[in-house]
Write a protein that binds this ligand. Structure first.
Ligand code: FEO
Ligand code: CA
Ligand code: CA
Ligand code: CA
Length: 583
């Protein structure tokens, strides 16, 4: 068993002050180490990282670029914290830091474009605890049979009500049921039956147009930020014409989904679950309703976009038989998709709190949106949601239910475009550069409820800024925090927050804050990440000994010749997953 002394959920650590150091800074007395870095060989037989000898085939067996979401899935039967699967999103690539002399996709070699495609997607890595410590490392011996890469070209099955719809069919896939690859994998979540969920977020930026796009697609493409006229994009069409929406507009409809992966079955194709709608999914996290339905929350990370919830038609089965597992693996294919409307309690109410409702958009059988079929709601979810009056949020990123207090926490990362006239109680600050976090309580504590109460938990920023709010806590005693993005919880229900885009003149970081009691709102910074990186993935291991974070895009503004970060090994920066512990 884990044993060990220090538990992170005690929150007994010395706050890390804001800084601009090019390193992973952890509290006094703590240690940190990289678990896996971009380019590390993970699939048996893959070559060691060599910046000057990259090939598409090598990258297909190596850890992907820009690690974002991280899940730690137990491998030992009794979860004694000795072996686990690290499941990681590789959201996108910074070619400027991968290839010496990089300028544009148009000027790149086709091999470079293929390497970038192979550096996208997901990585599954067997990890093990080092001795009796809180440190984790890649498992280098043994079968490593779960180690796996999913890339921008891996075969992925499309399931749920929109699978096979005309809008998902292409010349290369007349079935509309098999897509090559997943991209833009930002945040994610896990299910109670041991699968992982992965959002496809900024998929629009991967598409280009060699000419005008069929005008039938205009409204949807505008709403999703897809190109309508000549646009060079990443020039991935030089590898495969499917990325050219002038020729293949439906290919763009095959991205923007939640992907479900069974990390315990290395042969199983991942699945795009159309029932959860298509948008710039930050990620999806799950919980169970009072009577055992699976509920998934998902944010659409765009300024003025919406918060969504899915409730399964069928109930989760706790058994572990093959039939139970197959049943659970179908839960995300049938149910109801909702969008959130936040309401003021009463006219003139000045508290930043209120009630709200989940507006049903469609079930797997029946659309509730006039003019849209079930499949059309799911494929063009933003257009369907626009017609029912949901609340326009300040970029809803991670959304996750606190397993201890049952409240749902919504990280609204920022929205500098909100004008004073557009302010509402749930998005209370104009030109919101530092973001805020909303706390949402489902009616009756039931995640399947269609009504909720909500209140603002944090209004982020420099605590000397009068517009900030820290859950009512003394603002002279908190850490400055800006642009909350990903969230996680420890066993005591403390909220852990990683940031992306800190506007306060220091590096991004990772913070902990109690959600209840006298310390509610006492934000403490636990670590800072190297120059120009964002903090992602955060995970507190079950034994509360180790924090695992993904350090994404360190030194992203530099080049191979002139790096702006040398983290973690000197030379060019390498996005990496790291662990932090105290023994
Ligand atoms: Fe990829 Fe919404 O951050
Ligand atoms: Ca109110
Ligand atoms: Ca994110
Ligand atoms: Ca972000």
């Amino acid at each position: 068993g884990g044993g060990g002394g220090f538990k992170l959920n005690s929150l007994k650590f010395d706050t890390v002050p804001p800084n601009s150091d090019d390193k992973l800074t952890v509290p006094k007395g703590f240690q940190q180490a990289v678990i896996v870095a971009w380019g590390d060989p993970i699939v048996p037989g893959a070559p060691a990282f060599n910046l000057d000898a990259q090939t598409p085939k090598a990258q297909e067996g190596q850890f992907g670029y820009n690690c974002d979401y991280v899940a730690v899935m137990p491998l030992d039967k009794d979860w004694s914290h000795e072996r686990a699967l690290l499941v990681v999103n590789n959201e996108y690539t910074n070619e400027n830091n991968m290839f010496d002399g990089w300028t544009t996709g148009a000027a790149a070699t086709v091999d470079q474009l293929k390497i970038a495609q192979a550096a996208h997607g997901l990585s599954v890595v067997e990890i093990e605890r080092v001795g009796r410590t809180g440190r984790w490392a890649q498992r280098k011996k043994g079968s490593r049979r779960y180690n796996r890469r999913i890339t921008a070209t891996t075969k992925i099955q499309v399931t749920g009500p929109a699978a096979g719809h005309a809008l998902l069919k292409t010349a290369a896939d007349p079935s509309g049921r098999w897509v090559k690859g997943t991209i833009g994998n930002c945040s994610g979540g896990t299910t109670p039956y041991g699968t992982t969920l992965h959002g496809e977020e900024n998929f629009n930026g991967y598409f280009e147009a060699s000419g005008p796009v069929n005008s039938a697609y205009e409204a949807a493409f505008k709403r999703y930020g897809l190109p309508l006229a000549v646009n060079a994009g990443r020039s991935w069409a030089r590898v495969d014409e499917r990325w050219d929406v002038a020729k293949n507009p439906n290919e763009a409809n095959r991205f923007g989904w939640i992907v479900e992966l069974d990390p315990y079955d290395a042969d199983a194709a991942p699945r795009k679950r159309t029932m959860l709608g298509r948008m710039k999914h930050e990620g999806a996290t799950t919980t169970l309703s009072e009577d055992g339905h699976l509920v998934a929350y998902t944010g659409d990370d765009e300024r003025f976009d919406y918060l969504y919830k899915f409730v399964s038609r069928d109930k989760y089965r706790r058994g572990h038989s093959r039939r139970d597992r197959e049943h659970n693996l179908s839960l995300l294919d049938r149910g109801t998709l909702y969008v959130a409307r936040f309401l003021d309690e009463q006219p003139g109410d000045t508290e930043y709190d209120g009630i709200g409702e989940w507006i049903p958009l469609t079930s797997d059988k029946e659309s509730y949106v006039d003019g849209f079929t079930v499949a059309e709601v799911l494929i063009n979810t933003r257009l369907a949601a626009d017609t029912v009056g949901p609340t326009k949020m300040d970029r809803p990123e991670d959304v996750e239910r606190n397993p201890v207090n049952g409240s749902v926490y919504i990280a609204c990362t920022n929205n500098t475009a909100r004008t004073p006239a557009q302010v509402d109680e749930a998005n209370p600050r104009p030109a919101n550069k530092d973001g805020h976090i909303i706390e949402l309580d489902e009616a009756g504590g039931d995640a399947a409820s269609d009504l909720f109460r909500w209140r603002i938990f944090l209004v982020c920023g420099d605590p000397t800024d009068p517009s900030t709010y820290f859950g009512g806590y003394d603002k002279t005693k908190v850490s400055p925090i800006s642009c909350p993005d990903n969230v996680a919880f420890d066993k005591s229900g403390n909220l852990w927050i990683s940031t992306d885009g800190n506007t306060l003149g220091s590096n991004d970081g990772f913070f902990a804050v109690p959600t209840k009691g006298a310390e509610r709102g006492h934000v403490k910074q636990f670590l800072t990440v190297p120059a120009e990186a964002e903090t992602c993935g955060p995970w507190i291991t079950d034994d509360q000994r180790t924090a695992i974070v993904a350090v994404q895009h360190p030194g992203e503004g530099g080049t191979v010749a002139e790096p702006t970060s040398h983290w973690p090994f000197g030379g060019v920066p390498r996005p990496s997953v790291a662990c932090v512990w105290k023994d």
